[in-house]
Ligand binder design. Structure first.
Ligand SMILES: [Zn+2]
Length: 352
């Protein structure tokens, strides 16, 4: 075994297969709590039995509310996280709160949340990562994943394609003498992330088709990315940059929640424009994923997205986000006009 560098190391035990959900009730400690979403639970509830302690359906990522909810969960000896990023994160938070062993079953490929140690929650308009949980295993069922809406699955690619903008931001911080003392620029970490990026890039057609090869490639990339935050000493510099800052700013501006990778996808494109970093090529790559990154496709307007960009420099200091291009270059009307034109040229005009 070879430890390549600071961002590659232990990853969660991951099992690919079929018929995996129905098997859980035979081996998870009883009684078990299922943390899921109310739109998913009816499709899976009949695969559990009388040892079910209860099904907790996630409605919030608010840390204070989840702390209250964790204190009133039904008695349980294990937790099954069944869903996308939100269910995975809340399942981790509850496992950390109650000490019950965790079994993760992602139902879509939206984010690397099932493969990461710390739940990403919200606290007073800021993203916070509080808690720590290592699942006994992560079960990736090809048929379960394929049953999710295509947008959810395809959008997961954007949570890897964002390494493009993240790497530019980390290098920019380094070149301007603005990098954080605990996160000095590390070309080996960047190269590790780039390998994962390249695997996803070359499998974009399979991922878009959500076939077995695409599922295996994207979930393997998520498995690397989820563990890399811990493996790199709680450093996500090689994975998240202005792309994620845009998502959080858009949430802050609109008060809405988004499909993670879809909003990050728009952040990758707008961030690439701000960075002057292969923006047109990235727009073409994003288009290939099959994810519609027009603001209207995520229930907001171009003006909302433009406002999130105009306020980005202020927002990142409010949120104490690490140094990115948002701190270095102002967002002006010329940039927004060009971005708007290219975006709608590529994806077409929005028709209500
Ligand atoms: Zn992400």
């Amino acid at each position: 075994m070879r430890l390549v560098s600071g961002s590659t190391g232990a990853e969660f035990t991951t099992v690919f297969g079929r018929g995996l959900v129905g098997e859980l009730k035979e081996f998870v400690p009883r009684p078990y709590l299922v943390v899921t979403m109310d739109d998913l639970w009816p499709a899976f509830s009949d695969q559990f039995d009388e040892h079910l302690a209860g099904a907790y359906c996630v409605t919030t990522l608010d840390r204070a509310q989840l702390e209250v909810d964790a204190a009133s969960l039904p008695k349980h000896r294990s937790i099954v996280g069944l869903g996308g990023g939100q269910a995975s994160d809340v399942a981790k938070y509850f496992s950390w709160s109650t000490g019950a062993p965790l079994f993760q079953v992602p139902t879509a490929m939206t984010t690397n949340a099932p493969f990461s140690h710390r739940p990403l929650l919200r606290d007073g308009g800021k993203a916070v990562a509080i808690g720590f949980a290592v699942p006994e295993a992560v079960y990736v069922d090809f048929d379960v994943i394929r049953g999710a809406p295509p947008l959810l699955n395809r959008s997961g690619a954007c949570d890897v394609l964002c390494y493009h903008t993240a790497h530019f931001d980390w290098k920019l911080a380094h070149d301007l003498g603005k990098e954080e003392a605990r996160w000095p620029y590390d070309p080996e970490m960047v190269a590790d992330a780039r390998r994962s990026y390249d695997n996803v890039y070359h499998a974009l057609d399979d991922i878009r088709a959500v076939n077995d090869a695409g599922i295996r490639t994207l979930m393997t990339a998520h498995r690397w990315g989820g563990a890399a935050f811990h493996n790199a000493g709680w450093n996500a510099r090689h994975m998240d940059g202005v792309d994620h800052a845009f998502l959080y700013s858009l949430e802050h501006v609109t008060g809405k929640h988004f499909i993670h990778g879809q909003a990050v996808g728009l952040g990758i494109y707008l961030g690439s424009e701000l960075q002057d970093n292969d923006a047109e090529a990235m727009l073409a790559t994003l288009h290939r994923t099959g994810v519609d990154i027009r603001p209207e496709a995520m229930g907001v307007s171009w003006d909302d997205a433009a406002t999130a960009m105009r306020q980005l420099a202020t927002y990142v200091r409010f949120a104490d986000f690490w140094f990115t291009v948002a701190d270095a270059r102002p967002v002006d009307d010329g940039l927004l006009d060009r971005a708007r034109e290219r975006l709608y040229d590529t994806f077409g005009a929005w028709e209500a």
